[in-house]
Design a protein around this ligand. Structure first.
Ligand code: SF4
Length: 389
């Protein structure tokens, strides 16, 4: 039986599914991170048991559509021991619909070894996304990362020699004390190791983090906007020159290596999220799991969905969200889809953004420029208010 909130969903529009599995364990808190995780490895066994139960609850749905992409995110999924991974993969492969074309695991450098890469590949993993953030010992210390530069270099060597279909590294820029030379040398080291995909994120100070507390006490001063923008432009120029395709504000890929799973989110295609705090979407319904591992375990122990909330979007809300999400990607925003002739103010806003150099027009489409990407949230808000009119 399907969960009751899916009665409002348009299941007849679903062709394939994406599966996101949240693995909520990290060895310790990085100083900038506000994701949900726990350091209590002693709960990994119970978590896996509950996850298998949750997979069973969603069985009728998972059995009904081909599972096209899988993404294990965290947390630090790579910290999960092999015997628990085996249980998860055994369970998933029992579904006749389980033949994904992309299976990604998020990993930290300290977990990458010849043995772990062989193990994951043998279980169908096609893509590793590694949280490097920086190769500079000083920057890693500021960020409170667990790994050393040496572990990161070794992991990159192993990944570049492995026969994976693809792999990605996350880097952070705009960290106080980080020099432009350091940042560009991190990127060029990865490019020299034939990395197929890069995600670059500017440091932001989120509430409930160590850095936020330091800022409040005056012990940490974020870099100014000018320097932040300079990092982004420098990386953008370097990667375009090196033949990468810029396909979303924070993501660059060599041809054929764009992340299929992320495209599902940006195209608003159906995905099921499992594990604490995971979000799901089936047009036009979205829902989320309870954020705490304790609450997640308690729900599944009693055979209940670990639901935090659900909501049904109107067709109009869904369309608006799709436009705003695609605006952040290389798909951009299409004038004819927006019916700009009915919205002269919207057309005017878009043209003003072109004149300011924040977006560019190609045929019927408007796309962000690198300068626009840096203020994309502000631009998206402005467009959203026009689309609502
Ligand atoms: S390893 Fe990743 S999820 Fe865990 S605390 Fe660090 S940044 Fe956050």
């Amino acid at each position: 039986m399907l969960p009751h909130w899916l009665e409002k969903a348009s299941l007849n529009t679903v062709q394939t599914l994406g599966l996101y599995i949240h693995v909520p364990f990290c060895r310790r808190a990085c100083h900038y991170c506000d994701f949900y995780f726990t350091p209590r490895a002693s709960l990994m066994e119970a978590y896996t048991e509950a996850l298998l139960h949750e997979i069973d609850l969603y069985g009728p749905l998972l059995e009904a559509f081909p599972i096209q992409t899988v993404f294990f995110g965290g947390g630090t999924p790579s910290w999960l021991p092999f015997h628990l991974w085996e249980r998860v993969f055994r369970k998933l492969s029992r579904f006749s619909t389980y033949a994904p074309t992309e299976v990604t695991i998020e990993a930290n450098p300290e977990d990458i070894s010849l043995q772990s890469l062989h193990f994951w590949q043998a279980h169908g993993v096609t893509r590793i996304s590694i949280g490097i953030q920086s190769f500079s010992p000083r920057v890693l210390r500021t960020l409170g990362r667990f790994h050393t530069p040496e572990a990161a270099y070794t992991a990159v060597e192993l990944l570049s020699a492995a026969s994976l279909s693809s792999w990605n590294a996350d880097l952070i820029f705009g960290v106080p004390g980080q020099s432009m030379e350091e940042f560009l040398s991190d990127i060029s080291f990865l490019a020299a190791h034939h990395i197929p995909h890069l995600s670059l994120y500017g440091l932001t100070i989120e509430e409930r983090t160590v850095l936020y507390k330091k800022v409040q006490r005056g012990r940490f001063v974020p870099v100014d906007d000018e320097l932040y923008d300079a990092f982004y432009h420098a990386a953008h120029g370097f990667l375009q020159e090196a033949g990468f395709i810029w396909y979303e504000i924070s993501n660059w890929a060599r041809p054929g290596h764009e992340c299929k799973h992320n495209w599902r989110y940006w195209r608003r295609e159906a995905y099921i999220g499992l594990g604490p705090s995971a979000h799901s979407f089936i047009p036009e319904v979205r829902w989320a799991n309870k954020r705490s591992l304790r609450a997640y375990l308690a729900s599944l122990e009693t055979g209940e969905y670990p639901l935090d909330f659900w909501e049904a979007l109107s067709a109009e809300e869904q369309q608006r969200e799709l436009w705003i999400t695609q605006f952040r990607t290389r798909l951009g925003i299409s004038l004819s889809e927006l019916r700009s002739e009915d919205r002269p103010a919207l057309y005017e806003s878009l043209e003003k953004m072109v004149a300011s150099g924040w977006i560019e027009k190609e045929g019927d489409r408007y796309r962000l420029t690198a300068a626009g990407a840096l203020i994309a949230n502000r631009l998206a808000l402005e467009l959203d208010s026009q689309v609502r009119v």
